[in-house]
Design a protein around this ligand. Sequence first.
Ligand SMILES: [Fe+2]
Length: 141
Amino acid sequence: MAKQVFAAERYFPTKADPALFENINRVKDPANKSPLEKTHAPFITAPRKVKAGEPFPVEVSVGENVHPMGPTHWIEFIELNIGNEPAGRVDFQSNGYLNPKATFTVVLKKESAAGGKITLIAHQRCNLHGYWESSLDIDVA
Ligand SMILES: [Fe+2]
């Protein structure tokens, strides 16, 4: 007889830490990341200086050490905000076909970068370890 998997076990595993679901999780000390932070904080790769109107790639990986993907523990989505404005989101299934990485092609308007700077903000959600945020400031000429 095939092993039965009960919905409660599958979707609400006992290993989930409720404290990680109370707030947005962020790296506390960038020079000294914990193993959980290295695997869960979105890792943003983007040029540090861009020109308004010219497309450039922003890669968001979860995390610095790529997070596992499988039926009991996976990354549900990655989001990218430009400043406070949501720009896009990629959803993942738990079947493990995809690594938790996404590349967005971004074009900034000069007027969206007050003072010649803008903050890229990435989020991800892990089914066991909550919602995480990282950011990167870039210069816009
Ligand atoms: Fe996780």
